[in-house]
Design a protein around this ligand. Structure first.
Ligand code: ADP
Ligand code: MG
Length: 150
């Protein structure tokens, strides 16, 4: 587990962009944090790092939005999901074990169906900025975090 302080939106975007460059097909990033903590903001910059040109908005009503980049990006917002079952109905497993990168806002709501390996990012309000806690599950993600914080 690593902890970093992001004093403004710019710093969040910087780390997100760098993370996007490090991600590859099959990677899963889980975002946890209150409303306004910066989940969508960091997703936008991760997308940039993945080579996505489209502007990313929160897929609150569709649960998942797809974008084309260096690899496909599947952006989930599961805030309005009522049960993990609903995730299977939209084909969650095909996304998770698919050819793209999955970013999941509010992933704590579907913790029971997350894969074994993923990168968990917790964003918390702290002073005027945000604290980000990085928890890698699996060696691949440990390497990514190491590289990210270099
Ligand atoms: P969420 O998706 O978690 O609800 P958003 O990314 O939509 O949050 O909104 C985050 C808001 O907080 C934005 O208005 C952004 O400008 C602001 N903000 C202030 N400081 C930061 C920071 N350090 N990192 C990310 N966002 C920040
Ligand atoms: Mg959001």
């Amino acid at each position: 587990m690593e902890k970093i302080y992001l004093k403004n939106e710019e710093e969040t975007k910087e780390i997100g962009y760098k993370l996007g460059k490090l991600l590859n097909k099959g990677n899963v990033v889980c975002l946890i944090g209150d409303l306004g903590a910066g989940k969508t903001t960091i997703t936008q910059s991760i997308a940039k790092g993945l080579g996505v040109d489209d502007y990313i908005t929160s897929p609150t009503f569709t649960i998942v939005n797809e974008y084309e980049g260096r690899v496909p990006l599947y952006h989930f917002d599961v805030y309005r999901i009522s049960s993990s079952e609903e995730m299977y109905e939209i084909g969650f497993e095909e996304y998770i074990y698919g050819q793209g990168v999955c970013i999941i806002e509010w992933a704590n709501l579907i913790e029971d169906i997350l894969p074994d390996n993923y990168l968990k990012l917790e964003l918390n309000y702290k002073e005027d900025g945000r604290e980000m806690i990085l928890i890698p599950f699996g060696q691949e993600y440990e390497k990514i975090v190491k590289e990210l914080l270099k």
